[in-house]
Ligand binder design. Structure first.
Ligand SMILES: [Zn+2]
Length: 113
């Protein structure tokens, strides 16, 4: 499902939203000011990669540059890819742990103390 980015003409705010059907877009309002005058930022959409796309395009055998590791969204990708290949369901506990690791690495250490 595509995630589109919109810019509000009134407050100039930008936001992203998941569009599942054409009618979704017709009822869209700015989450900041409630305006319906929105522009879809088509050119920005290409930059957004879903977790699934990221996982599918991820090659565990490829050499990775430093920038790969600097991108926190890539943390845990190798483990997920392996699990996907082996058909293992890591469960929601893994997802939340991963999310913590990506957003607040220190919290993992604090939790295990
Ligand atoms: Zn607005």
């Amino acid at each position: 499902m595509p995630i589109y980015e919109y810019a509000c003409r009134r407050c100039k705010g930008e936001f992203q939203t998941l569009i599942m059907s054409v009618s979704d877009e017709e009822t869209l309002i700015c989450p900041t000011c409630g305006s319906r005058r929105l522009d879809r930022l088509i050119s920005r959409v290409a930059y957004h990669q879903s977790e699934r796309d990221r996982l599918n395009s991820y090659d565990p055998g490829a050499r990775r540059s430093d920038s790969f590791y600097k991108d926190s969204r890539n943390i845990g990708l190798q483990a997920k890819k392996r699990a996907q290949q082996m058909g293992v369901d890591l469960g929601s506990g893994f997802e939340s742990k991963l999310e913590k690791l990506r957003t607040d690495p220190g919290s993992i250490l604090r939790d295990s103390e």
